[in-house]
Ligand binder design. Structure first.
Ligand code: HEM
Length: 457
C-alpha cells in the first residue's frame, strides 16, 4: 500500500490518492466506473497514482505517454496483470509470458489469425450470427442485447475457434461457468470461501476439466468436419515451430482465447447495435454501400458465398466499426510493471510500480480527432482520415509487441454482424430512452439494451 518513490531520482512522484489500506481506491473504482479515472485525471493530470485491486498503480493517459509505455516493453516495462488475472489465466498464457517465451508463443498464435485462417472461419461465423439473429427475431419479447451478444461471442469462440461440438445443455453450463470466471478475473486476491477470487478459481478448474475432455474427444469430432478451427491451426502451427503443446498449455491457451474474445466482442457488438439504432442515417448509408457492391438486392442480402476480400473492400463499413471501437473502446487499458525508474510527463514512474496505460481516456482526450464525443464514422474516411496523425491516438486494440492478436478476427466478426443487421434485420429500441453506460469490466449498457428484433417481412 505504501509503495515508495525512487529517492535517487530528482523528479516528483505523480499526484494522486492511495485511498484506504489494502483496498486502496478499489471500491471507488467499481462504483464510479469510467468517471473514476476521468475525475482523477482532471484533478491530477495525465499521469496519476492510485491503489487498485490490492496494489499501487500509476495510470497513464495521452498518446505520447502511452507510446512511451507500449514501446518501452522489455526496456522500461513488462507485463503485470493484477494477481487475480495472472492466477486465473495461468502461467502458460500469453498475458503472463514475457521476453522470448512471449515472442515464441505469439508466433505460434499468429497463424490462428492469418488471412487464410480467417477466410476458413468466415462461413461458420456468418452461420453462428445468422442463427442468433433468427432466434432473436422469433422471440416475441425484447432481447437483452448485451447478454445475448455475450452468448453469441461465446458460441463463436467455442464452435468456430475451438471447433468443439457440445450439446445445447453443455454449452449452457459452460457459458454460465465462463461468466463466473470472467466476473472474477479482476477481483481482490483474497482466497476465502465465497470470495470472488475463490469463485473464479472454481470456475477455472471446472472449465479446464470440460476443455480437457473436449480436446481429448477432438480427433473423433474432426471426422466429417468441413472447416478448420483455430485449435487445429494452433496445433499445426506449434508443430511447424517444432513445439509440442502440453495439455496444460492447450487448456490455458483455450481459456485465454475465449476470455480475450468473449467480453470484448460482446461489448463492441452491443455498442454497434446501439449506434445503429441511434443513427438511422448511418444504417441507411451502410445499406447503400451493400447495394452498390451488389450484396443487397431488393432488401435482401445475396445468399452467395461472402468472401473475406469483399468484406474488406466495404470502406464505409470499416469506418463504422472503427468509430464504434473509438467511442466505446471495450478494453479500458492494459497493465505493466516498471522494470526501471523512468520519466513520464515530468514525473517519475519508480521501478516496481504497476502502470496501467489507458485506451478509453486517451481516445476521449485525443487532440487529433475533431469533436471527440460525436459518433461520426466519416472521420475515418479517406478524405478526412483523422487517425493519420499516429497510431497511439487511436488504440482500441492496444499497441506494440502486445497488441491484440485477435484484432482481425474481432473486426471481421463485427463487420459480419453489421452486414447481417443492415441487410437482413429490422430492429427497434424497446425502451423509451437509451440506457446509461457503465465501463467495468467492459463498456455495456446498465439495462443490457433492450431491443425488439423483427427479421425481414
Ligand atoms: C490483447 C482489445 C478481441 C485475443 C488485447 C489488447 C487489447 C485488446 C487492448 C492488449 C492488452 C494489453 O496491452 O495488455 C480487444 C478488443 C477486442 C478484442 C477491443 C474486440 C473488439 C479479441 C479476440 C481475440 C483476442 C476476438 C481472440 C480470439 C487477444 C490476445 C491478446 C489480446 C491473445 C494478448 C496478446 C499478447 O499478450 O501478446 N486485446 N481484443 N482479442 N487480445 Fe484482444
Amino acid at each position: 500500500w505504501t509503495a515508495t518513490r525512487d529517492k535517487s531520482c530528482k523528479l516528483p512522484m505523480p499526484k494522486g490518492s492511495m485511498g484506504f489500506p489494502i483496498i486502496g481506491e478499489t471500491c471507488h473504482w467499481f462504483f464510479q466506473g469510467a468517471g473514476f479515472h476521468a475525475s482523477r485525471r482532471q484533478k491530477y493530470g495525465n499521469v496519476f497514482k492510485t491503489h487498485l485491486l490490492g496494489r499501487p498503480l500509476i495510470r497513464v493517459t495521452g498518446a505520447e505517454n502511452v507510446r512511451k509505455v507500449l514501446m518501452g516493453e522489455h526496456s522500461l516495462v513488462t507485463v503485470d496483470w493484477p494477481q487475480s488475472t495472472s492466477t486465473l489465466l495461468g502461467p502458460n498464457s500469453l498475458a503472463n509470458s514475457i521476453g522470448d517465451i512471449h515472442r515464441k508463443r505469439r508466433k505460434i498464435f499468429a497463424k490462428v489469425f492469418s488471412h487464410e485462417a480467417l477466410e476458413s472461419y468466415l462461413p461458420k461465423i456468418q452461420q453462428v450470427i445468422q442463427e442468433s439473429l433468427r432466434v432473436w427475431s422469433s422471440n416475441p419479447d425484447p432481447i437483452n442485447v448485451y447478454r445475448e451478444s455475450q452468448r453469441l461471442s461465446f458460441h463463436m469462440a467455442v464452435r468456430v475457434l475451438l471447433g468443439f461440438r457440445v450439446s445445447e445443455e453443455e454449452m449452457h453450463c459452460l457459458f454460465h461457468t465462463f461468466q463466473d470466471f470472467v466476473e472474477n478475473v479482476f477481483s481482490l486476491p483474497i482466497d476465502l470461501p465465497f470470495s470472488g477470487y475463490r469463485k473464479g478459481i472454481r470456475a477455472r478448474d471446472t472449465l479446464q476439466k470440460c476443455i480437457e475432455k473436449a480436446i481429448r474427444e477432438k480427433p473423433l469430432q474432426t471426422q466429417g468436419k468441413d472447416y478448420t478451427d483455430a485449435l487445429d491451426v494452433l496445433l499445426e502451427s506449434a508443430k511447424e515451430n517444432n513445439t509440442e503443446l502440453t495439455m496444460q498449455e492447450l487448456k490455458e491457451s483455450t481459456i485465454e482465447l475465449i476470455f480475450a474474445a468473449f467480453a470484448t466482442t460482446a461489448s463492441a457488438s452491443t455498442s454497434l447495435i446501439m449506434q445503429l439504432l441511434r443513427h438511422p442515417a448511418v444504417l441507411e448509408k451502410l445499406r447503400e454501400e451493400l447495394r452498390s457492391c451488389g450484396l443487397l438486392h431488393d432488401g435482401c442480402l445475396c445468399q452467395g458465398e461472402l468472401r473475406l476480400d469483399s468484406i474488406i473492400s466495404l470502406k464505409y463499413l470499416d469506418c463504422v466499426i472503427k468509430e464504434v471501437l473509438r467511442l466505446f473502446a471495450p478494453v479500458s487499458g492494459g497493465y505493466r510493471i516498471a522494470t526501471q525508474t523512468f520519466e513520464l510527463d515530468g514525473v517519475q514512474v519508480p521501478k516496481g510500480w504497476s502502470v496501467m496505460y489507458s485506451i478509453r481516456d486517451t481516445h476521449d482526450t485525443s487532440a487529433v480527432e475533431v469533436n471527440v464525443e460525436a459518433f461520426d464514422p466519416d472521420r475515418f474516411s479517406p478524405e478526412r482520415n483523422e487517425d493519420r496523425e499516429g497510431r497511439f491516438h487511436y488504440l482500441p486494440f492496444g499497441g506494440g509487441v502486445r497488441s491484440c492478436l485477435g484484432k482481425q478476427l474481432a473486426t471481421l466478426f463485427l463487420k459480419l454482424l453489421a452486414v447481417e443487421l443492415a441487410g437482413g434485420s429490422r430492429f427497434e429500441l424497446a425502451t423509451r430512452t437509451f440506457p446509461r453506460l457503465i465501463s467495468v469490466p467492459v463498456v455495456h449498457p446498465t439495462d443490457g439494451l433492450l431491443v425488439k428484433f423483427f427479421g425481414l417481412d
